[in-house]
Write a protein that binds this ligand. Structure first.
Ligand code: BGC
Length: 522
């Protein structure tokens, strides 16, 4: 076994493997639709009447509106539920499996959807969104884990980007549906938009029921036979093929290696401290990466753009918001190619630079000439370019990297903590944004983009100093790379031996030591 073996390990990518992972990406539609529909529903006249309170028509032309606190609660309670769901899901996924956790997530989610559809007041809508959020938390954390674990490494980045693509499609579908039902003058206006969420949960649960469990979960459980079966299924190879045997040996050896050096459990997340391959450092990296993804300010657009565009005097606020969701969808597939070609780190650094430039332009133009016709044109254009940069870099990039940096003993918990961090910041931004922007509150208007621009500058610095390059490596090799490099030198690292060979050498050495203990010092 030489270096060439370190390169081989995996079977050629089959159409079946693509289809399986492609299907798992379907979870993204659920996530995207669920977080995206609220923006349109909040703008519906009937919804304002049902859930708001009377206001003078000078404030809202329908004569009804919600208080800033209710608006902020309705939007952000979902992410609060998702935060807890994602955290809990990590432990559950190690216990009952990745697949079952996602299926249970779909069931919990559906209970939340029933409450939302039935609601006629904030009192029922809020618990409905909280419970649905817990379900989305299960799905969003564990789906990334599942996809990263079953995807062939050559296309792992592209496949996880496919998940992000599905998120963007979900957001776009939500904006199309709410646009279509917004003029209905009864509860069907919002109920249709809410009830469609069932469809995604149903398709995802049934599909996952038919897909195999992650082979790495079985390895963790000590069920090597089941792991072989699952691996053979996801790779489309017979059980006894050399590819399956090699890849399994690698997964097993890595797991054994990890178990020798690290503990598991929540406390295990702290082990190794800040050393280059320390668990704690990886968890901090994952959590910060997801925090930074939210700090780019993207959900200001996807949650509140309609009201923001109205506030700055744009006539077609609803339409422009929908266009931003379309730009989001169309730009994401670019990352399928670039994430494998240029790597995760490069994409994150340049993506954040692109975004911050756009954000400062929007802030400056919007502040200098808030109501000017050409200024508004420029503002819309740069919001769209900003979304283009997000969708082709940080959108998928943040998810890809958290699927790759954690070693198996802490993978599910690491991904869960990182995902929870995404939702935590998503929630915080959801809560504070209306207070910063609403006319009767902070009334920042376009100035809010100065804040997003500054935060995006922090994203560049973070990506440059902390994000390693994980492109083209098996999940096991990523671990070795982290041990042997710094983020800035990581892109040049090449795999030099497999875990299986390393473990072989290790046990040979142990035997020699055992047989001839005295020879060691000679
Ligand atoms: C983010 C979401 C965001 C979406 C937009 C995702 O990667 O985590 O918060 O709404 O991208 O496409």
């Amino acid at each position: 076994m030489g270096p060439s073996n370190a390169d081989r390990i995996e079977a050629p990518v089959t159409v079946k493997a693509y289809m399986m992972c492609g299907f798992a990406a379907f979870a993204g539609i659920l996530f995207g639709y669920d977080s995206g529909y609220i923006s349109g529903v909040l703008g519906m006249a009937f919804f304002k009447k049902e859930f708001g309170h009377p206001v003078p028509t000078s404030i809202d032309e329908t004569g009804f509106l919600y208080s800033t606190s209710n608006k902020s609660l309705i939007v952000s309670i979902l992410s609060a539920g998702t935060f807890f769901g994602a955290l809990f899901a990590g432990a559950l996924a190690d216990w009952i499996g990745r697949r079952m956790t996602i299926i249970i997530g779909c069931i919990v989610f559906s209970v939340g959807v029933i409450l939302q559809v039935a609601s006629t007041s904030v009192g029922l809508l809020v618990p409905g969104r909280l419970i649905a959020g817990v379900g989305v938390g299960f799905v969003s954390a564990i789906n990334i884990l599942y996809m990263s674990e079953v995807a062939p490494r050559k296309v792992r980045g592209a496949i996880v980007s496919g998940y992000q693509f599905a998120i963007t499609i979900g957001i776009m579908l939500a904006s199309i549906v709410t646009n279509a039902t917004q003029h209905r003058n009864n509860a069907s206006s919002y109920r249709i938009a809410m009830a469609i969420q069932f469809v995604w949960a149903f398709i995802l649960a049934v599909g996952l029921f038919l897909l195999p469990e992650s082979p790495r979960y079985f390895v963790k459980k000590g069920q090597v036979d089941a792991a072989t079966d699952a691996l053979a299924r996801v790779r489309g190879q017979p059980r006894d093929s050399a590819y399956i045997q090699d890849e399994l040996a690698e997964i097993l050896a890595n797991y054994q290696y990890e178990m020798e050096i690290g503990e598991v459990g929540w406390i295990g997340l702290l082990s190794g401290g800040w050393s280059p391959a320390g668990n704690f450092r990886k968890v901090v990296l994952g959590a910060l990466l997801q925090m930074m993804q939210q700090w780019t300010g993207v959900n200001f657009i996807f949650y509140y753009s309609t009201t923001y565009f109205q506030q700055i005097g744009l006539k077609n606020a609803f339409l422009i918001s929908m266009i931003t969701t379309i730009v989001n969808v169309c730009s994401t597939p670019i990352s399928f190619y670039t994430i494998e070609k240029f790597g995760r780190r490069t994409l994150l650094i340049y993506g954040a630079i692109g975004m911050l430039v756009c954000e400062f332009i929007v802030a400056i133009v919007g502040t200098a000439d808030p109501k000017g016709h050409s200024a508004q044109g420029a503002l819309i254009a740069f919001v769209c370019i900003y979304i283009f940069f997000f969708a082709s870099t940080w959108g998928p990039g943040a998810w890809v990297v958290i699927g790759e940096i954690f070693p198996l003993p802490i993978r599910s918990k690491g991904v869960a903590v990182s995902t929870a961090s995404n939702w935590f910041w998503n929630c915080i931004i959801g809560i504070i944004t209306p207070y910063m922007v609403d006319k009767d509150q902070g009334n920042l208007g376009s100035k809010v983009f100065f804040i997003w621009g500054a935060l995006c500058t922090a994203c560049v610095i973070f990506a440059y100093f902390m994000v390693p390059e994980t492109k083209g490596l098996t999940l096991e090799q990523v671990d070795k790379m982290l041990e042997e490099t710094t983020p800035r030198t990581s892109a040049k690292w090449r795999p030099h031996e497999t875990y299986a060979t390393a473990m072989e050498k290790h046990s040979e050495a142990a035997t020699v030591e055992h047989v001839e203990p005295k020879s060691a010092g000679v």
